[in-house]
Design a protein around this ligand. Structure first.
Ligand code: GDP
Ligand code: MG
Length: 324
């Protein structure tokens, strides 16, 4: 390991936030000269990470549902319990400079001033293997730096949830009462992934509607059936802004943690997740190596023209380029 990587590693071991931040930036780098250090660092951190004791919580839901507001409350609770909390935000649609990320930061104002909190906005969307794969690496680094609770905030639309489910112990889905499933962009597939469901913004004016939404969701979850571990997801009502129902919601998350910690379910789940990670990394690296071939770009352009002119079928053209 060279000096830069080993300095960062020392910093991470000392729980230095600046080193952690720099290390994550290094891992996000797409520069060829950073790749080796990034690998060394990730490897060393995987060995360091106190894996079993940490809790990886994914919070998902449509923009505006109140994820960041809830994470601030949740994070402060964990800190009050003496834990160290890292928040990683994934927004597949945004780059680092976008307004939504800045908005998140201000919404976690109190959390961000805590010495035992670390808040990291989304990686740039064009990083190799996608934002989600970088988040996975960031989790490893945060755990190596002694963070006990890792909260991953992600928008509940698009394809990122499956990836996020694959890197969390507890998958929390936040909903609004009465907005209608279609309106919320919540697909059945996402509901199937939920370990805990929270209906947010439940206040006096919509209490009745929230109650009926709750029983509808409970019924829907029940019909979806149990997951691999026979866990029955529960639905809670709360107002992250006004602080009502928070105890119950936290309790729901904690019960799930206790459940997965039982009989090595968590290590089992993480082992499966690591296999998925490996499979994805294989694809990304194979893809990268393939496209790094000299002269490939010209050959692709040539084949495209032949396909367009009807001189070669698309499949035959692709096969021709893949026979190396
Ligand atoms: N009335 C009400 N507003 C809330 C609640 N939680 C969040 N908000 C507001 O909803 C907006 C979006 O919240 P935010 O946490 O940024 O949502 P995110 O996009 O899911 O992260 C903000 O203006 C919050 O103040 C709640 O429980 N009740
Ligand atoms: Mg947010």
């Amino acid at each position: 390991m060279n000096e830069r990587a080993s300095n960062l590693l020392t910093g991470i071991e000392k729980r230095d936030i600046r080193s952690l931040s720099k290390a994550i930036t290094l891992l996000e780098s797409s520069l060829q000269e950073d790749a080796l250090d990034a690998n060394d660092l990730l490897d060393a951190c995987s060995q360091l990470a106190q894996k079993e004791e940490t809790h990886r919580i994914a919070i998902t839901g449509v923009p505006g549902v109140g994820k960041s507001t809830f994470i601030e409350v949740l994070g402060l609770r964990y800190i009050a319990q003496g834990k160290r909390v890292a928040v990683l935000a994934i927004d597949p649609s945004s780059s680092r400079t976008s307004g939504s990320i800045l908005g998140d930061k201000t919404r976690m104002e109190r959390l961000s001033t805590e010495a035992n909190a670390f808040i990291r906005p989304s990686a740039a969307a064009h990083t190799l293997g996608g934002v989600a794969s970088k988040t996975r690496e960031a989790i490893v680094l945060c755990e190596a730096a002694g963070f006990d609770v890792i909260i991953i905030e992600t928008v509940g639309v698009g394809q990122s949830e499956t990836a996020v489910r694959d890197m969390s112990d507890t998958f929390v889905l936040m909903m609004l009462a009465g907005a209608g499933d279609e309106l919320q962009g919540i697909k059945r597939g996402i509901m199937e992934m939920a370990d805990v469901m929270l209906i947010n913004k439940v206040e006096e004016a919509n209490l009745a509607m929230a109650r009926s939404a709750k029983s509808e969701y409970r019924m829907a979850l029940h019909m979806l059936g149990e997951d691999d571990y026979n866990w029955n997801p529960e639905v809670y009502m709360m107002s992250a802004l006004h602080g009502t129902g928070i105890e119950e919601a936290l309790h729901g998350i904690e019960i799930h943690k206790a459940f997965i910690n039982f009989e090595s379910r968590q290590s089992d789940r993480r082992a499966k997740q690591n296999i998925t990670w490996f499979d994805e990394a294989m694809k990304v690296l194979a893809y990268q190596r393939f496209y790094a071939q000299a002269g490939l770009r010209e050959r692709i352009a040539e084949m495209r023209e032949m396909v367009a002119a009807g001189k070669k079928s698309p499949l035959a053209a692709a096969r021709a380029l893949n026979q190396a």
